[in-house]
Each structure stands twice: as structure tokens, then as C-alpha cells.
Design a protein around this ligand. Structure first.
Ligand code: DAH
Length: 451
């Protein structure tokens, strides 16, 4: 794969290992090379029949790209990661403790500064440009993120704050917060989730301190870029950063999950790091991607006034780690306010071993729908409608048939929607009503035609 082609594909499963090679099953990304310049859709405009939106106390003029929905706005400001006794808060405290106990500066103070209250409303510049995300990168598509207007959006990752914090002169920090992405509907995807970003920058002395005499190693060069390094980095710089980064994260994973947790590094691509990796851990027999990381692009550091340093960065998904750590089976549970959920995490010591015990086993109602779609149909628009109308009652949406009429070339899709309330039973009638509401909204807002 070239880098560009690789952006369009997602590796979903490793099904064999042969002579030391991994053989993967790949799936084409939903956001297929959708250049923003072609922004083919001005998306679901449910919330945007209004001229201004008030978000966390500030108002924003809406415009033709506004696509944030009321359901999403409702979630803002909840700061689950700061709520005492919430599983996201417990895991956050464990990760912070790991960094504070293992990384101290010369004055024995914690090396990493922590930021957990930065507003999730960011500019497109912060979310994309400051991180060298190309103007035609698929992640900029309207079908991927929530936009307040052409200038502001809800951050799609905590990486959006890297550049600003480096500009402020920080060289080791953690950023925690809620992030927003338009996505599929299933047990491990939710349009709002939480990430922790970590960045560490090094001077030459710091990076090579283990060598004692650092005069014989070179930090920078005017070389060329290859799979192992950037053009400005020497091979020693790159390998040393890689080792430092992977050790830090491997020890973190062992600290959270114990020494015998199964994990694997997978080569990855991010516009803001090179080389880049993802760490996957085994969860219920499957590899679960829990973080992305890499060597920070030197151009980001030079734009932020830190060109004499080099560094690594990572972004980890807190829900996924917490699901694995506490055996929480469904990502919607993190939003539950039911005491039968929250009380299970009511402990003082974040190191207390907790295994979540399901408090209610409701049976699901499953309904199928199949419809003809217009040419510019985007799956994420449909998922947003499902979430707006069904809310957390929808457990899963599965595309089970994708059909193109041989003569007319019209496209049809069939989805299976699983409805299940996590806290109480749901009647067939209630589920059917929601289902009809979803179909009606699809007809009205997306121009689908039921078959
Ligand atoms: N921002 C990436 C994401 O949300 C994760 C990530 C990858 C963060 C590499 C980083 C990094 O800081 O260096 O998928």
C-alpha cells in the first residue's frame, strides 16, 4: 500500500501467520477518500434549522456545513471522566498514577502535566491543519465529524491540543477529554467517547542519557524518509524514540492488565506521526485496538517553536481500555445513570479489582428495514438518524445486504437494527414505533425509499 491508499483501508482481522508474515483481512473505510472540496453532502440538518447554536455557553452561527445533532449536544459538558466513581474516572486515575509514579522531573515532581477540562469545541485548524492532516484527507469529510460551522467543530481526537500545548512550552503532558465522531452503531462504537493524549519531547541529552557520553551520536540530519524514520531524524534518534515510546506504553498496559496480557504492535499511518503504530490487546478472543502512537512529525514541532527537540505521542481510547479492564460489555453503559451500574464502581482506591456484573438481562427486539438509497447516501447520516430517534435503546445496526439492481443500477441496502434497553424491558410495540420513526426520518431527510 502507498500511504494514500492505506488511509482508505482498515485492517479488520489477522487470520493467519505465515513464515513470520501476518495475513490480514482488509475492509474499505467508510469515509473513502472523500475530499472536503467535493463535500457532497450537507448532511442531516436536524438541529440546524436555527441560525445560532449555543454550545457550552458560547454561541456559534450555523452555516451550510453544520451537522451537529441535538442528541450530541446533550452529551456535552457531562465530563464523565471527571465524575467521581465513574469507571472512566477510575481508569484515568490509574493511568495518571502510572505516569506520576514512573516519570518525575529533576525536582521529583510529576513530569507530565495534566489537562482534563479543555473545551471540546475546537477550530478546524486545531483538529486538522495543526496536525498536518492533508486538505483531502478522508477524516475531514462531513460524514466523519461533527461541525458547528465552517470554522468550529467538536474535536475528533485529543491530538487537536498538541500543537497549542507545545507552543506554551510544555514538553510532557496528558490531555483527557470527550471526543466526537460520526460512526457505526454497535457495542464498541459510540459517537462520543473519551481519549487520553500523551506527548513527550526530548532534548538530545535526555533522549540519549543512557549512553553517558552523547557527543558521538547525532540527533538530526538532512537525510531521507523511509519506513523507519523521518528525513530530519537520524536512525539512532528514531529507534531510540520508538523504544522509549513502546516501553512506556507496554509498561502501562502491563500495569493495567497484568503481566500476561496479550498485546501486539501493528504498523499504522497517521498524518501527524512517522513512523506510527497501533497497540492491540486481546479482548474476548479478538484483537481490540486501544491506542495509536508514533514519532511526532518534526514539522509540527518546528511550527510550534520546539524544533530543537524530538518527541513521541500517543492517543488512547479510555472506554475500550475500561471495557477490557472491568469486563463492561457495551459502550452505552458508560452513559448510564442507573445506580445499579454506578454503585459497582463506588470505590476509593482506583486499583480495586472490579468485574462488572450485568444488572439486567433484557431481551432484544430485532427489526429489519430495506430501502433504495439515493446516489449520495452516506451510512453515517443514517446512523445519526438512528441515534437521534432511537437514542441508547439501539444496541446495534448491521448492514446485512447491499444490492445493486442489475438493470436500473439503483442501490438498495438492508439493515438489521437491534433494540434493547439496558435498564428496563422494552415492549415490541415501543421498539416498532421507534423503528417506524427512523424509517420515516430517513425518507424525509435522506431521500431513502422503503422497499
Ligand atoms: N489521534 C489518533 C486517533 O484518534 C490517535 C493518535 C495516533 C494520537 C498517533 C497520537 C498519535 O498522539 O501520535 O485515532
Amino acid at each position: 500500500f502507498s500511504c494514500e491508499e492505506k488511509m482508505m483501508w482498515k485492517r479488520i482481522q489477522c487470520f493467519a501467520k505465515l513464515n513470520g508474515y501476518h495475513i490480514y483481512l482488509w475492509e474499505r473505510q467508510s469515509s473513502l477518500s472523500l475530499p472536503i472540496s467535493l463535500s457532497r453532502k450537507y448532511s442531516v440538518k436536524t438541529s440546524c434549522d436555527v441560525d445560532t447554536l449555543t454550545v457550552l455557553g458560547n454561541s456559534y452561527n450555523t452555516d451550510k456545513i453544520t451537522n451537529v445533532t441535538p442528541k450530541i449536544l446533550e452529551k456535552m459538558g457531562k465530563n464523565l471522566h471527571c465524575k467521581h466513581n465513574h469507571p472512566l474516572n477510575l481508569i484515568t486515575r490509574r493511568i495518571e498514577n502510572y505516569f506520576n509514579n514512573n516519570y518525575r522531573n529533576n525536582w521529583r515532581a510529576p513530569m507530565f502535566s495534566k489537562f482534563d477540562r479543555i473545551s471540546p469545541v475546537v477550530t478546524l485548524t486545531q483538529n486538522f491543519d495543526s496536525l498536518l492532516v492533508p486538505s483531502d484527507h478522508p477524516s475531514r469529510a462531513l460524514s466523519e465529524s461533527y461541525y458547528l460551522n465552517s470554522e468550529y467543530m467538536l474535536r475528533a481526537h485529543t491530538s487537536a491540543h498538541q500543537s497549542d500545548l507545545i507552543k506554551q512550552g510544555l514538553d510532557a503532558f496528558l490531555v483527557l477529554g470527550d471526543v466526537y465522531r460520526r460512526d457505526t452503531v454497535d457495542a464498541s462504537h459510540y459517537p462520543v467517547f473519551h481519549q487520553m493524549e500523551g506527548v513527550r519531547l526530548f532534548s538530545k541529552q535526555e533522549l540519549f542519557s543512557h549512553l553517558g557520553d552523547t557527543s558521538r551520536v547525532t540527533f538530526f540530519e538532512n537525510g531521507s524518509r523511509d519506513a523507519t524514520k523521518q528525513e530530519r531524524h537520524t536512525i539512532e534518534t528514531s529507534l531510540c524514540l520508538e523504544e522509549n515510546l513502546k516501553n512506556t506504553l507496554r509498561n502501562l498496559a502491563n500495569n493495567l492488565f497484568g503481566d500476561d496480557v496479550e498485546m501486539q504492535w501493528v504498523d499504522a499511518y497517521f498524518p501527524f506521526t512517522h513512523p506510527s503504530w497501533e497497540l492491540e490487546i486481546k479482548y474476548q478472543g479478538e484483537w481490540l485496538e486501544v491506542l495509536g502512537c508514533g514519532i511526532v512529525e518534526q514539522e509540527i514541532l518546528s511550527s510550534a517553536g520546539a524544533d530543537s527537540r524530538v518527541g513521541w505521542a500517543f492517543g488512547l481510547g479510555l472506554e475500550r481500555l475500561a471495557m477490557r479492564l472491568y469486563s463492561i460489555p457495551d459502550i452505552r453503559l458508560f452513559w448510564s445513570e442507573d445506580s445499579r451500574f454506578l454503585d459497582q464502581f463506588n470505590v476509593e482506591d482506583p486499583n480495586t479489582k472490579i468485574t462488572y456484573k450485568p444488572f439486567s438481562k433484557q431481551s432484544p427486539v430485532i427489526n429489519d428495514v430495506s430501502f433504495w438509497v439515493p446516489d449520495d447516501f452516506s451510512e453515517n447520516d443514517f446512523y445519526d438518524i438512528v441515534r437521534n430517534i432511537g437514542g441508547d435503546i439501539v444496541e446495534n445496526v448491521e448492514l446485512f445486504d447491499n444490492f445493486v439492481h442489475p438493470k436500473t443500477k439503483r442501490k438498495s441496502k438492508a439493515y438489521r437494527i437491534t433494540y434493547r434497553h439496558m435498564e428496563r424491558s422494552l415492549t415490541k410495540r415501543e421498539a416498532n414505533e421507534i423503528h417506524s420513526g427512523i424509517v420515516a426520518a430517513g425518507v424525509q431527510q435522506l431521500g431513502i425509499q422503503e422497499r
